[in-house]
Design a protein around this ligand. Structure first.
Ligand code: HEM
Length: 143
């Protein structure tokens, strides 16, 4: 039992140290807020992606709030998002693999506009690519 507790404490302190490192780099609620706001402005005005999102989301405020919590949970490992990304995407119609490529390229472009830090860029792009891969493999993509 002692060993289990000690391992848990070790995991927690490693997680805290990593969170602190990321926060020192500049990844905090304000950065994530800017990232999400700027990214979805691009998405909404994109000729391909805009209509797909527009058909599902009428009130952007709650969606943006949810996405800020999502990225806080994914990158900072703070347990603040509780949603269901898989069914939210499974119900979408007419999505192509090129839409995922566009999504990732707009996300990367937004990060580049917000920061020069390659490390910050990587901290977001790696999980984004992994999740995009997982979501797209579960969806019936058009091509
Ligand atoms: C072509 C690519 C994508 C499209 C068209 C798309 C579209 C959407 C739409 C329309 C919603 C809103 C669904 C609803 O509220 O009913 C949504 C929600 C969401 N998307 Fe995506 N998405 C894409 C890629 C991604 C990727 C790559 C990620 C993560 C890295 C992601 C994460 C999420 C999350 C976390 C939600 C909220 C789910 C929830 O808890 O309700 N999406 N997406």
């Amino acid at each position: 039992m002692d060993i289990v507790l000690r391992n848990l404490e070790e995991i927690q302190s490693t997680r805290k140290a990593r969170q602190q490192h990321l926060r020192n780099l500049g990844i905090d609620e304000a950065f994530i807020g800017q990232l999400v706001e700027s990214f979805y402005l691009k998405v909404r005005s994109d000729a391909e992606l805009g209509p797909i999102f527009g058909a599902e989301i009428s009130d952007w405020g709650p969606h943006l709030d949810k996405m800020k919590l999502f990225w806080q949970s994914v990158v900072l490992k703070e347990n603040v998002y509780s949603g269901k990304p898989v069914p939210a995407h499974m119900k979408l119609k007419g999505v192509r693999s090129s839409h995922f490529e566009k999504w990732l390229s707009l996300f990367s472009e937004t990060l580049t506009e917000l920061t020069d830090s390659k490390e910050i860029h990587r901290e977001f792009i790696e999980p984004a690519s992994r999740i995009a891969q997982r979501l797209s493999s579960m969806m019936n993509l058009v091509d």
